[in-house]
Ligand binder design. Structure first.
Ligand SMILES: Cc1cc2nc3c(=O)[nH]c(=O)nc-3n(C[C@H](O)[C@H](O)[C@H](O)COP(=O)(O)O)c2cc1C
Length: 194
Protein backbone atom coordinates (compact mmCIF):
# COMPACT_ATOMS: atom_id res chain seq x y z
CA UNK A 1 0.00 0.00 0.00
CA UNK A 2 1.37 3.39 -1.01
CA UNK A 3 0.99 5.88 1.82
CA UNK A 4 1.89 9.50 1.27
CA UNK A 5 5.36 10.17 2.71
CA UNK A 6 5.67 12.16 5.90
CA UNK A 7 5.24 15.83 5.06
CA UNK A 8 3.67 15.01 1.70
CA UNK A 9 0.13 16.18 1.22
CA UNK A 10 -2.58 13.53 1.13
CA UNK A 11 -4.88 13.82 -1.86
CA UNK A 12 -8.47 14.87 -1.65
CA UNK A 13 -10.45 12.17 -3.40
CA UNK A 14 -14.06 12.14 -4.59
CA UNK A 15 -15.82 8.79 -4.88
CA UNK A 16 -19.07 9.64 -6.68
CA UNK A 17 -21.43 6.91 -7.80
CA UNK A 18 -24.94 5.93 -8.74
CA UNK A 19 -26.62 2.61 -8.07
CA UNK A 20 -30.12 1.20 -8.30
CA UNK A 21 -29.66 -2.43 -7.24
CA UNK A 22 -26.53 -2.22 -5.06
CA UNK A 23 -23.76 -3.69 -7.23
CA UNK A 24 -22.04 -0.35 -7.73
CA UNK A 25 -22.17 0.31 -3.98
CA UNK A 26 -19.92 -2.72 -3.45
CA UNK A 27 -17.43 -1.28 -5.90
CA UNK A 28 -17.61 2.23 -4.45
CA UNK A 29 -17.13 0.83 -0.93
CA UNK A 30 -14.01 -1.04 -2.02
CA UNK A 31 -12.64 2.09 -3.69
CA UNK A 32 -13.29 4.11 -0.51
CA UNK A 33 -11.64 1.53 1.74
CA UNK A 34 -8.57 1.25 -0.49
CA UNK A 35 -8.11 5.01 -0.70
CA UNK A 36 -8.56 5.49 3.04
CA UNK A 37 -6.05 2.70 3.71
CA UNK A 38 -3.63 4.62 1.47
CA UNK A 39 -3.87 7.59 3.83
CA UNK A 40 -5.93 9.89 1.63
CA UNK A 41 -9.09 11.78 2.42
CA UNK A 42 -12.07 10.41 0.50
CA UNK A 43 -15.60 11.78 0.19
CA UNK A 44 -18.03 9.08 -0.92
CA UNK A 45 -21.26 10.40 -2.40
CA UNK A 46 -24.10 8.21 -3.61
CA UNK A 47 -25.99 10.25 -6.21
CA UNK A 48 -29.65 11.01 -5.58
CA UNK A 49 -31.99 13.57 -7.15
CA UNK A 50 -30.71 16.20 -4.68
CA UNK A 51 -26.98 15.67 -4.94
CA UNK A 52 -24.77 18.70 -5.37
CA UNK A 53 -20.98 18.53 -5.53
CA UNK A 54 -18.10 20.58 -6.90
CA UNK A 55 -15.76 18.29 -8.80
CA UNK A 56 -13.09 20.99 -8.90
CA UNK A 57 -12.52 20.72 -5.14
CA UNK A 58 -10.83 17.35 -5.64
CA UNK A 59 -7.44 16.09 -6.83
CA UNK A 60 -8.61 12.64 -7.83
CA UNK A 61 -12.16 11.82 -8.91
CA UNK A 62 -13.79 8.39 -9.26
CA UNK A 63 -17.18 8.32 -10.98
CA UNK A 64 -19.17 5.11 -11.33
CA UNK A 65 -22.62 3.86 -12.25
CA UNK A 66 -24.56 0.76 -13.12
CA UNK A 67 -25.49 0.51 -16.81
CA UNK A 68 -29.16 0.94 -17.66
CA UNK A 69 -30.10 0.90 -21.34
CA UNK A 70 -26.42 1.46 -22.14
CA UNK A 71 -26.16 4.63 -20.08
CA UNK A 72 -25.61 5.75 -16.49
CA UNK A 73 -28.70 6.14 -14.30
CA UNK A 74 -30.91 9.18 -14.87
CA UNK A 75 -30.03 10.93 -11.57
CA UNK A 76 -26.36 10.83 -12.59
CA UNK A 77 -27.16 12.19 -16.04
CA UNK A 78 -29.29 14.98 -14.54
CA UNK A 79 -26.50 15.86 -12.10
CA UNK A 80 -23.92 15.95 -14.89
CA UNK A 81 -26.20 18.13 -17.00
CA UNK A 82 -26.64 20.61 -14.12
CA UNK A 83 -22.92 20.59 -13.39
CA UNK A 84 -22.01 21.15 -17.04
CA UNK A 85 -24.31 24.17 -17.25
CA UNK A 86 -22.96 25.51 -13.98
CA UNK A 87 -19.31 25.12 -15.02
CA UNK A 88 -20.00 26.76 -18.38
CA UNK A 89 -21.61 29.70 -16.55
CA UNK A 90 -18.57 29.94 -14.23
CA UNK A 91 -16.16 29.90 -17.20
CA UNK A 92 -14.64 26.61 -16.03
CA UNK A 93 -15.39 24.75 -19.28
CA UNK A 94 -13.31 26.45 -21.92
CA UNK A 95 -12.84 25.92 -25.64
CA UNK A 96 -10.17 23.29 -26.17
CA UNK A 97 -10.62 22.03 -22.59
CA UNK A 98 -7.10 22.95 -21.39
CA UNK A 99 -5.67 20.37 -18.99
CA UNK A 100 -5.71 21.15 -15.28
CA UNK A 101 -2.46 20.29 -13.58
CA UNK A 102 -2.68 17.86 -10.70
CA UNK A 103 -6.19 16.63 -11.35
CA UNK A 104 -7.08 13.12 -12.47
CA UNK A 105 -10.24 11.14 -13.17
CA UNK A 106 -11.23 7.47 -13.26
CA UNK A 107 -14.59 6.25 -14.55
CA UNK A 108 -16.09 2.81 -14.07
CA UNK A 109 -19.34 0.98 -14.50
CA UNK A 110 -20.90 -2.25 -13.39
CA UNK A 111 -22.79 -3.98 -16.17
CA UNK A 112 -24.53 -7.21 -17.06
CA UNK A 113 -23.66 -7.34 -20.76
CA UNK A 114 -26.60 -9.66 -21.39
CA UNK A 115 -26.90 -8.90 -25.08
CA UNK A 116 -23.63 -7.61 -26.51
CA UNK A 117 -21.20 -7.90 -23.62
CA UNK A 118 -18.96 -4.98 -22.77
CA UNK A 119 -20.06 -3.05 -25.88
CA UNK A 120 -23.28 -2.07 -24.14
CA UNK A 121 -21.34 -0.65 -21.18
CA UNK A 122 -18.83 1.42 -23.14
CA UNK A 123 -21.27 4.33 -23.76
CA UNK A 124 -21.74 4.63 -19.98
CA UNK A 125 -18.05 5.03 -19.25
CA UNK A 126 -17.56 7.40 -22.19
CA UNK A 127 -20.55 9.48 -21.07
CA UNK A 128 -19.20 9.89 -17.54
CA UNK A 129 -15.71 10.70 -18.75
CA UNK A 130 -16.85 13.59 -20.89
CA UNK A 131 -17.73 15.98 -18.08
CA UNK A 132 -14.29 15.41 -16.54
CA UNK A 133 -12.52 15.85 -19.86
CA UNK A 134 -14.53 18.98 -20.69
CA UNK A 135 -13.21 20.39 -17.41
CA UNK A 136 -9.66 19.53 -18.44
CA UNK A 137 -9.41 16.60 -16.02
CA UNK A 138 -7.77 13.67 -17.82
CA UNK A 139 -9.48 10.29 -17.46
CA UNK A 140 -6.62 7.87 -16.94
CA UNK A 141 -8.68 4.67 -16.58
CA UNK A 142 -12.05 3.19 -17.52
CA UNK A 143 -13.04 0.10 -15.59
CA UNK A 144 -15.79 -2.33 -16.53
CA UNK A 145 -16.92 -4.62 -13.72
CA UNK A 146 -19.46 -7.35 -14.25
CA UNK A 147 -22.59 -6.95 -12.11
CA UNK A 148 -25.36 -9.50 -11.89
CA UNK A 149 -28.92 -8.56 -12.86
CA UNK A 150 -31.42 -8.25 -10.03
CA UNK A 151 -35.21 -8.15 -10.11
CA UNK A 152 -37.18 -8.70 -13.30
CA UNK A 153 -34.07 -9.05 -15.46
CA UNK A 154 -32.44 -11.67 -13.22
CA UNK A 155 -32.65 -14.38 -15.87
CA UNK A 156 -30.06 -12.52 -17.92
CA UNK A 157 -27.54 -13.34 -15.17
CA UNK A 158 -27.40 -16.91 -16.48
CA UNK A 159 -28.53 -16.64 -20.10
CA UNK A 160 -26.63 -13.66 -21.45
CA UNK A 161 -23.52 -13.12 -23.52
CA UNK A 162 -21.23 -13.25 -20.46
CA UNK A 163 -22.47 -16.64 -19.21
CA UNK A 164 -23.23 -17.15 -15.55
CA UNK A 165 -22.57 -13.86 -13.75
CA UNK A 166 -24.55 -14.67 -10.60
CA UNK A 167 -23.05 -13.12 -7.47
CA UNK A 168 -20.85 -10.60 -9.31
CA UNK A 169 -19.10 -8.43 -8.47
CA UNK A 170 -17.69 -11.14 -6.21
CA UNK A 171 -14.78 -11.28 -3.77
CA UNK A 172 -12.24 -11.86 -6.49
CA UNK A 173 -13.61 -8.97 -8.60
CA UNK A 174 -13.27 -6.69 -5.57
CA UNK A 175 -9.75 -7.94 -4.78
CA UNK A 176 -8.65 -7.13 -8.32
CA UNK A 177 -10.36 -3.75 -8.06
CA UNK A 178 -8.35 -2.89 -4.94
CA UNK A 179 -5.16 -3.56 -6.91
CA UNK A 180 -6.32 -1.25 -9.68
CA UNK A 181 -7.09 1.49 -7.16
CA UNK A 182 -3.64 1.08 -5.60
CA UNK A 183 -2.18 1.42 -9.08
CA UNK A 184 -4.01 4.72 -9.57
CA UNK A 185 -2.78 6.01 -6.21
CA UNK A 186 0.78 5.06 -7.11
CA UNK A 187 0.47 6.90 -10.40
CA UNK A 188 -0.48 10.10 -8.54
CA UNK A 189 2.58 10.00 -6.31
CA UNK A 190 5.34 8.90 -8.70
CA UNK A 191 8.16 10.32 -6.57
CA UNK A 192 7.39 7.76 -3.87
CA UNK A 193 8.25 4.95 -6.26
CA UNK A 194 11.49 6.38 -7.55
C1 LIG B 1 -33.36 -1.80 -15.56
C2 LIG B 1 -32.00 -2.36 -15.85
C3 LIG B 1 -31.44 -2.13 -17.10
C4 LIG B 1 -30.19 -2.66 -17.40
N1 LIG B 1 -29.64 -2.41 -18.62
C5 LIG B 1 -28.40 -2.90 -18.91
C6 LIG B 1 -27.80 -2.63 -20.18
O1 LIG B 1 -28.35 -1.95 -21.05
N2 LIG B 1 -26.58 -3.16 -20.42
C7 LIG B 1 -25.90 -3.89 -19.48
O2 LIG B 1 -24.79 -4.32 -19.76
N3 LIG B 1 -26.46 -4.14 -18.26
C8 LIG B 1 -27.68 -3.67 -17.97
N4 LIG B 1 -28.24 -3.92 -16.73
C9 LIG B 1 -27.45 -4.65 -15.72
C10 LIG B 1 -26.83 -3.67 -14.74
O3 LIG B 1 -26.04 -2.72 -15.42
C11 LIG B 1 -25.94 -4.36 -13.73
O4 LIG B 1 -26.67 -5.33 -13.00
C12 LIG B 1 -25.32 -3.33 -12.79
O5 LIG B 1 -24.35 -3.95 -12.00
C13 LIG B 1 -26.38 -2.67 -11.93
O6 LIG B 1 -25.75 -1.75 -11.08
P1 LIG B 1 -26.40 -1.36 -9.68
O7 LIG B 1 -26.70 -2.64 -8.94
O8 LIG B 1 -25.36 -0.56 -9.02
O9 LIG B 1 -27.63 -0.59 -9.97
C14 LIG B 1 -29.49 -3.43 -16.42
C15 LIG B 1 -30.08 -3.66 -15.18
C16 LIG B 1 -31.31 -3.13 -14.87
C17 LIG B 1 -31.90 -3.40 -13.52
Amino acid sequence: MENPRKGEQAMKVLNLYFTTTGNTTKVADQIAATIAAGGHQVDTIRITANTSVDLLEYDLIFVGSGVYEWLPGKPLRSLFSRLRQNYVARGEIRPGSPLRQGKTGVVYCTYGGGHTGVNEAIPTAKYMGQLLEHLGIPVIAEWYLVGEYHGKLQRFSTTGRLGDISGRPNKEDLRQLAELVQGILKAQLPEINS
